[in-house]
Design a protein around this ligand. Structure first.
Ligand SMILES: *Cc1c(COP(=O)(O)O)cnc(C)c1O
Length: 373
């Protein structure tokens, strides 16, 4: 039997998080986590819940009533977005050009959807003309895609595909885990029916919450399901009764302090101004790219569809990418990301998400890489 009881937290170092998430957390958000825990039906906590819903509507640019933070990380948002709307045999189209598109396919297939896909080479975007043709020839209940494909650094044409989906009866489902807070996301304007995000990317909050927003049309479809939602924990028909209405009904205990942290991080984003936050991401991304190119490094993605907050850099021939990453971590206290899946060994992923996205951090990673390489 173990009898030791060690506390390891005193030895956690501050690391500059420049990977694909989590990103740096602002002091004010750490402070929010340590505010006194209230009961999950406390009147003051309910006031905070209502404010968080309004903040999320602002950040999503949506008037969707059903706009709430789900308990769990971004993947819980993904699961919520599919499990509530799919019934076995439903035709679903998923546009795939990276790991997270593959994950959407896996989630939809597990629910018994009839999944059709269009796949694009990793590092290139979804092609709008091809989607148009596909939608003319088929009827889908849901068309799903990833806005910011974090595994490759590609921005997908969510607004353009939205224009096409608007002409059909399909529900439009979009993953904005990496994009929200770092580039434009306009739920109502783009005709998105089901959207999810995460806290630990451009919202700069620790991981643990998945903001979700659902259009009235999609809520109607949810209400008219034939069978119950097959996942109890993520069942929006029950969770709505905790987040809406005069009398709040307990479903599961909300992660109170994480909701505080989200409240604070949304406050920070709205206080900066959405446009200002997007502009900051773009500006620092450009400084980073020109610094990397000055060192002779090449970006993996073409300039026309690069994400500002996730920069995939080609590992030069003869360089062991793992050694560079571990030296960055050991000697410089900087974390960057490795390639994911088929990209392993081929790229580094340098994140400029939320609080990480500051000129001094761009400076730090560029000079560290210069010394190591
Ligand atoms: C990070 C990420 C997810 C998964 O989020 P987790 O918080 O890791 O569960 C989903 N989609 C995209 C595009 C992501 O970048």
């Amino acid at each position: 039997m173990q009898t030791t009881n060690q506390n390891l937290l005193n030895d956690v170092e501050e690391v500059l998080l420049m990977g694909p998430g989590p990103s740096m957390v602002h002091e004010s958000v750490y402070k929010a986590l340590s505010v006194s825990t209230l009961g999950h039906l406390d009147p003051y906590f309910i006031q905070i819940m209502d404010t968080v819903k309004e903040q999320l509507q602002q950040v999503f640019q949506s008037s969707n009533r059903l706009t709430i933070p789900m308990s769990g990380t971004g993947s819980a948002g993904m699961e919520t977005s599919f499990v509530n709307f799919i019934e076995p045999g439903d035709p679903v189209l998923i546009l795939i050009n990276g790991v997270f598109g593959m994950r959407q396919k896996d989630v939809a297939e597990r629910l018994g959807a009839k999944v059709d896909t269009m796949e694009y080479e990793w590092g290139t975007p979804v092609l709008v003309d091809e989607v148009e043709k596909k939608l003319r020839q088929n009827n889908y209940k849901i068309v799903a895609m990833i806005h910011a494909e974090t595994s490759t650094g590609v921005a997908n044409p969510v607004a353009e595909v939205g224009e096409l989906v608007k002409r059909t009866d399909s529900l439009y489902l979009v993953d904005t885990v990496t994009s929200l807070g770092g580039m434009e996301v306009a739920v109502d304007k783009w005709g998105i029916d089901i959207i999810y995000s995460g806290t630990q990317k451009c919202l700069s909050c620790p991981p643990g919450i998945a903001p979700v927003s659902v259009s009235d049309r999609a809520v109607e479809i949810l209400r008219n399901r034939e069978a119950k939602v097959p996942n109890w924990y993520l069942d929006l028909t029950m969770i709505i009764n905790y987040w809406e209405g005069e009398k709040r009904v307990y479903h599961h205990t909300a992660p109170i302090n994480m909701i505080y942290a989200l409240h604070q991080s949304l406050f920070n984003v709205i206080d900066e101004g959405l446009e200002n936050a997007w502009a900051r991401h773009l500006k620092n991304h450009k400084i980073l790219v020109s610094g990397l190119e000055d060192m002779g490094l090449t970006m993996f993605v073409d300039p026309g569809c690069r994400l500002p907050m996730l920069n995939a850099v080609v590992v030069p021939d003869g360089v062991d990418e793992g050694i560079v990453r571990s030296r960055l971590r050991q000697e410089y206290r900087i974390e960057i990301g490795a390639g994911l899946g088929p990209m392993a060994g081929k790229v580094w992923r340098i994140g400029l998400m939320g609080e990480t996205c500051r000129p001094e951090n761009v400076e730090r990673i560029l000079s560290a890489l210069k010394e190591i390489l």
